[in-house]
Design a protein around this ligand. Structure first.
Ligand code: FES
Length: 78
């Protein structure tokens, strides 16, 4: 996967931004305020965007499909 995850899950970069299908998005718990704030800085954000570092993979998410945006923005660099 061409995901950087520069901050290693500290919600400080948004390079792990992914876009999910509605079905998968609905299975996730709501994003925290901190995640929403970081998504505001991500490139190409869409309605079903999440930070993949905040997704806990459970059996319910077996088979999850995500799309990696064509561009990313490292909030630690700007
Ligand atoms: S790895 Fe940096 S926000 Fe997810």
């Amino acid at each position: 996967m061409p995901l950087e995850g520069t901050c290693e899950g500290q919600m400080a970069c948004s390079t792990c931004h992914v876009i999910l299908g509605e079905k998968w998005f609905a299975k996730l718990p709501e994003a925290s305020e901190e995640e929403e704030d970081m998504l505001d800085l991500a490139a190409g954000v869409q309605r079903f965007s999440r930070l993949s570092c905040q997704i806990e993979l459970t059996e319910e998410l077996d088979g999850i499909e995500v799309h990696v945006p064509a561009e990313s923005r490292d909030a630690q660099r700007y």
